[in-house]
Design a protein around this ligand. Structure first.
Ligand SMILES: Nc1nc2c(ncn2[C@@H]2O[C@H](COP(=O)(O)OP(=O)(O)O)[C@@H](O)[C@H]2O)c(=O)[nH]1
Ligand SMILES: [Mg+2]
Length: 291
């Protein structure tokens, strides 16, 4: 991937091909105002159940699901399309971060105003979408991230559990504010936020996103949400120690990069982000629903 450019422009031929195929299938269809992007790698056994729990409206806004099949060979893309999701497919597996980035590009260029993410393995509860969308509509946050420690966490993996605490402490030092969960994949943000973020991690994007939004001065809010065990299969990110090592490396590299970037721009951590074009656009009118 090309380094150091902010925004979600296409990076390589895998992106270009996937977008061309997406446009051939869907034309310039507008996605919903709230688009839930889901990166999926060989999740045919889980994706249908995840999609079936995504509500059609959240806080009065229409919702669409956009699955990015990250080079699966188990029929994930067909399962997604059979369950009313928009789906893009890459010709090879690159990692969750690269897949999400492509999803953000598609969501933004097809009209999404708010982008949410969840996992394809059933670990998050889509009925909790209002919790992470409402602060964006209230204009009290630009980026809302779920926190298992403020919400509900079921796991029997003590190493991972300890890791969540250790990384949260490290992140709190880096961010100079309390952060309780650094790797939560259930989050939502204004699509315009992406214009200012550098996203180059092909796999471990969670902390790159989080450090990015905090160092750019966006209003970041953590909300207690639920996190369960995977519905089936096991994590594909490697054993805990490898995961932990790579994760720590991403945190430290991103921290250094964002710290330098702010210094070059004579910005301080608490400075608000430069005004983006997206902020000029009138906010959508929200019809309240029962949720
Ligand atoms: N691990 C992994 N997950 C991917 C990849 N591409 C997309 N994903 C999706 O990213 C999400 C998180 O992956 P998972 O292996 O469950 O990671 P974990 O929850 O952090 O242990 C799932 O929805 C995967 O299907 C990839 O290359 N590797
Ligand atoms: Mg998982």
């Amino acid at each position: 991937m090309t380094r150091g450019r902010a925004g979600v422009a296409l990076r390589d031929e895998v992106d270009t091909e996937a977008v061309a195929e997406f446009r051939q299938r869907y034309g310039d269809t507008r996605l919903a105002e709230v688009t839930v992007v889901i990166a999926a790698y060989n999740e045919a056994a889980n994706i249908a159940a995840v999609l079936d729990t995504i509500p059609s409206t959240v806080c009065g806004l229409p919702v669409a699901a956009l699955v990015v099949d990250d080079g699966s060979d188990d029929g994930t893309v067909a399962a997604a399309r059979a369950h009313h999701a928009f789906a893009a497919r890459t010709t090879r597996n690159r990692g969750q971060g690269a897949a999400l980035r492509l999803g953000y590009h598609l969501a933004k260029s097809h009209g999404a105003r708010y982008i949410a993410t969840t996992d394809a393995d059933g670990q998050y509860d889509a009925s909790e979408l209002p919790l992470i969308i409402q602060p964006l509509l209230d204009d009290t946050a630009d980026f809302v991230t779920g926190s298992r420690r403020l919400g509900l966490y079921t796991t029997d993996d003590v190493v991972r559990h300890a890791g969540v605490h250790v990384f949260a402490t490290l992140m709190s030092v880096i961010a100079r504010r309390r952060v309780t969960d650094t790797s939560n994949g259930f989050r939502a943000f204004r699509a315009g936020v992406l214009d200012q973020l550098i996203l180059e991690q092909p796999q471990y994007q969670a902390t790159e996103l989080l450090i990015g939004v905090i160092y750019r001065g966006f209003r970041v809010v953590e909300i207690g949400t639920s996190m369960r065990q995977r519905t089936s299969g096991s994590s594909k990110k490697g054993p805990n120690l490898v995961y932990g090592y790579r994760f720590a490396r991403v945190i430290l590299r991103t921290w250094l990069r964002e710290w330098r970037r702010n210094r070059q721009e004579h910005r301080r951590l608490a400075d608000p982000p430069p005004k983006a074009a997206d902020d000029q656009v009138e906010r959508p009118r929200v019809m309240r629903d029962a949720s």
